[in-house]
Design a protein around this ligand. Sequence first.
Ligand SMILES: [Zn+2]
Length: 164
Amino acid sequence: MEKDFMNNREQEQMAGEMPMVAYRLMQRKVTEVLMKNLGADKTNEYLRRAGFMAGMEFAKNTLDLNADLNTFTVNMQKALGKMKIGILRMEVFDSDTGDIILSIGEDSSCEKPSAADENMCVYDAGFVAGVLEAYTGKMYDVREVNCCAGAEKRSCSFKGTVSG
Ligand SMILES: [Zn+2]
């Protein structure tokens, strides 16, 4: 039988949630202010750094860093889905080099595609780098290789290369 109402615990959890639209709006406005004052290069650098810190904290607080790669990936998929960030797909993982390609689909930043939204992906690239470093202990350079902003695609792809 389907339930019509949230139980108390679910209501409590909802109270602590920030709607994705509010989150993205804040992200856009912070980006706009940074862009106006610092220019594109500095803005991207700071967004990447902020994303990195967020990814690190997210991984340390939410994920089991000792899990094997498959379990880790599944846990991350669940966590990102639960937070409505998007659907994570591991596309390629080279176990020799540690290089990785993954995509985040149905991202809320894909809903209103515009060039400005590409900045959202710089933050996300930093986020992915933070998660990967927390898990592997290696430094990753993560770049977006395919963006859904302004395109027909429904996902953004990121390529991570071990950089140290
Ligand atoms: Zn993108």
